[in-house]
Ligand binder design. Structure first.
Ligand SMILES: NC(=O)c1ccc[n+]([C@@H]2O[C@H](COP(=O)([O-])OP(=O)(O)OC[C@H]3O[C@@H](n4cnc5c(N)ncnc54)[C@H](O)[C@@H]3O)[C@@H](O)[C@H]2O)c1
Length: 260
């Protein structure tokens, strides 16, 4: 309890956290950061190679993590990963819905099946995961959900209609979960990252081009790095964020986002 007499709940060492897309840029940074904080981590990814590498890095730094293979586009695969993670670590304290896909094509050239697949991985999978683990969080009357959105949710994306729509949806999911589960002491916030040095934007540019773009266009003079976003996630897990739910927090070097 703090000086004002309010009990502020937050992450405790030994709490179990599920991270999707754990083999990717942000996912790996989340796992490394949470590992240092003393979390037990279920590192989910479709790529065994990169997910297992994340687990190795967490363990080398003295943390606790296990890789679970999952295809977030497949309901049966999600259910299997839920069951295996629960068998390993019990009920989670936190879920980080981080994985996404970003197929690029103009709206006219985007097959509807690709649009649907994007929604399946980026927004239906988080819904499925919350459906599976939500009752655990509610039963224990404590928990945190962090959804990774994108500036594309607010600005749209040329050549990324499915991605932009899915990211707008995850902001909306964030608010609904926050409203429904607040009375159970389960908080849900979204991070809205700006352009960062990970594989996703590198599909379209070289690292040098991204760095130059950041220097030219971002008010703070550089692009983001996964460690920037991991710091914000650590805050959202903590008792310092105990009074914060239903928010989309942008971290983008000062690119002001204006929904229109
Ligand atoms: N990097 C940026 O500039 C940026 C900006 C805004 C938002 N984001 C968001 O941040 C999050 C993390 O992205 P990142 O930049 O680290 O990308 P990344 O490509 O490095 O990582 C994505 C991870 O998700 C995994 N994945 C993809 N499809 C999957 C599936 N079907 N099942 C399970 N795992 C799957 C990939 O294997 C990969 O490890 C995403 O939600 C992305 O939209 C990134």
């Amino acid at each position: 309890m703090s000086e004002d007499g309010i009990v502020r709940d937050g992450f405790r060492a030994g709490d179990f956290i599920v991270v999707t897309g754990a083999g990717g840029g942000f996912g790996r940074a989340f796992c490394k950061r949470f590992g240092k904080m003393g979390a037990k981590i279920a590192a989910w990814d479709i790529s065994e190679e990169s997910g297992a590498q994340t687990v190795r890095l967490v363990r080398e730094a003295g943390g606790e993590a296990t890789f679970f293979h999952v295809d977030l586009g497949d309901a049966g695969s999600i259910e299997a990963a839920v069951a295996a993670s629960r068998a390993a670590y019990g009920a989670p304290y936190a879920i980080v819905n981080n994985a996404s896909i970003y197929p690029r094509a103009s709206l006219i050239d985007m097959p509807v099946a690709t649009f649907e697949k994007t929604l399946k991985v980026n927004i239906t999978a988080p819904m499925h995961i919350l459906h599976a683990f939500g009752p655990d969080l509610i039963a224990q009357q404590r928990g945190v959900i962090i959804n990774i959105a994108s500036g594309r949710a607010l600005e749209g994306a040329v050549n990324g209609v499915g991605y932009a729509c899915s990211k707008a949806a995850i902001l909306s999911l964030t608010k609904t979960v926050a409203l429904e589960w607040a009375r159970h002491n389960v908080r849900c916030n979204a991070i809205i990252p700006g352009m960062s040095m990970t594989a996703q934007p590198l599909e379209n540019a070289t690292p040098e081009e991204l760095i130059a773009r950041g220097q030219a266009k971002i008010p703070l003079g550089r692009i983001g790095y996964p460690e920037d976003v991991a710091g914000l996630a650590a805050f959202l897990l903590s008792s310092d964020a105990a009074y914060m739910t239903g928010q989309g927090v942008a971290m983008n070097g000062g690119n002001v986002l204006v929904p229109q």
